[in-house]
Design a protein around this ligand. Structure first.
Ligand code: FAD
Ligand code: UDP
Length: 371
């Protein structure tokens, strides 16, 4: 295939969705590239040497509140219910996490707690900060110092190598606090996992005669002209870091196989205070694969490595804004569109980036279709 209508850089969720839409809705010829040797971006899963399905780049718990998004993705996968239960190991005990009535009862050594009693208890221990300005103030204002120190402070220091008071409220604000006994990790209406995994989903999405996939292909070494480009890589790299490097947080994953069917009681155990790793993940609890062995992933936060997390501080936000203005100009003058977690330097979940990709496609269609 030659004379592509569009080049898409990155075959993660955003690149795959826009490729699929352009091919199936507009009949465009698409060149979809990725520098890695697989599609699915950070949602990629694969069989470990043992045969156990693992999430290569950290656990991916798909969730959304939008039926339309589930309907769209259901063209490419069947689903199983998400089984997203997390415990936090602190003071020698495993606590349900996020904090809910069961956590509060265990932590404050009460036999049981009604929602009213839970609320009264937190009202007593929480710090009265009306308008929290950072993650520390946010957590203190919700659950008070003792639980902040037991569950959040150490974890956040390890994960970011930064103090919670230097991180935006939205970081620790991702974690709900509940006055019921719901132990699921997230609140969303739909909590689903692709039955055959994420890689199978994105493979199916991008297997189309009008989509040519070139893996192990870096945009920087590609010499090709297309009328439109979608760029989903790190925005600072696109502009050769002309304003300086945007900081990213990375992770190293260590996978260990065990000769037992399950090793943990639930998919994820957080370790705020012990060990160099932040969490251990046994994704089998989510994939529900039947296998006599299991694999645990140990996550070690790193300063260097693949860019996984934008670091939400005011300074970084301002640096990103400078790149965003360049990107706006690039869109107007060269039809290069920037979309996704790396391209928008935003701590997006998968459902959010897919919805953004669908919106970007609508903008493309409105501007370029039938021209
Ligand atoms: P990516 O998935 O990062 O894909 C971008 C692709 O672009 C990559 O494959 C990359 O190789 C490629 N690329 C970059 N530069 C170039 C270049 N120069 N040339 C060619 N290719 C290039 N979301 C959830 O909903 N639930 C979760 O539980 C969850 N857990 C997560 C856990 C971790 C540890 C991480 C890091 C993320 C998690 N996410 C989760 C977020 C989810 O991974 C992202 O929202 C999603 O993958 C973003 O999709 P994307 O297409 O924007 O980017
Ligand atoms: N966090 C924490 N303790 C925990 C879990 C999370 O302090 O046990 C904080 C930490 O700063 C983390 C943020 O909340 O980076 C968001 O957590 P989440 O589990 O959503 O992170 P992700 O899955 O995106 O790595």
């Amino acid at each position: 295939m030659t004379n592509y209508d569009i080049l898409i850089v990155g075959a993660g969720p955003v690149g795959s969705v826009i490729a699929e839409r352009c091919a199936t809705q507009l009949g465009w010829k698409v060149l979809l590239i990725d520098k890695r040797n697989h599609v699915a971006g950070n949602c990629y899963d694969r069989k470990h040497e043992s045969g156990v399905l693992i999430h290569q780049y950290g656990p991916h718990y798909f969730r959304t509140n939008h039926q339309e998004l589930v309907d769209y993705l259901s063209q490419f996968t069947e689903w199983i219910q998400g089984n997203y239960f997390v415990t936090s190991y602190s003071r020698g005990e495993y606590f349900p996490f996020p904090i809910n009535l069961l956590t509060l009862a265990q932590f404050f050594k009460k036999p049981t707690l009604t929602p009213e009693e839970g609320q009264a208890l937190l009202e007593e221990v929480r710090e009265k900060i009306d308008n929290p300005q950072n993650s520390e103030e946010f957590v203190l204002s919700r659950v008070g110092k003792e639980m902040y120190e037991a569950f959040y402070l150490g974890y956040t220091l390890k994960q970011w190598d930064m103090h919670p008071k230097d991180l935006a409220t939205s970081v620790c604000g991702r974690i709900p606090v509940r006055f019921n006994e719901d132990c699921r990790y997230v609140d969303h209406q739909f909590q689903l996992t692709p039955k055959e995994g994420f890689t199978a989903l994105f493979e199916k999405m991008t297997n189309h005669p009008l989509i040519e996939k070139r893996l192990e292909t870096d945009y920087k070494s590609l010499d090709i002209n297309t009328p439109i480009t979608i760029y989903t890589g790190p925005i600072d790299e696109y502009f050769n870091q002309c304003y300086g490097k945007l900081p990213w947080r990375s992770l190293e994953f260590e996978f260990k196989e065990y000769d037992e069917e399950y090793r943990q009681k639930n998919v994820q155990v957080n370790y705020p205070n012990e060990h160099d790793y932040t969490r251990t993940v046994e994704i089998k609890h989510v994939t529900q694969q039947q296998h006599p062995h299991t694999v645990i992933s140990y996550e070690y936060p790193r300063a260097e490595g693949d860019p996984y997390y934008p670091i939400p501080t005011e300074e970084n936000h301002q640096l990103y804004e400078k790149y965003r203005l360049l990107a706006e100009k690039e869109t107007l003058e060269k039809n290069v569109y920037f979309c996704g977690r790396l391209a928008e330097y935003k701590y997006f979940n998968t459902d959010e980036v897919i919805e953004n990709a669908l919106r970007t496609f609508e903008a493309l269609k409105a501007t370029h279709a039938n021209k």
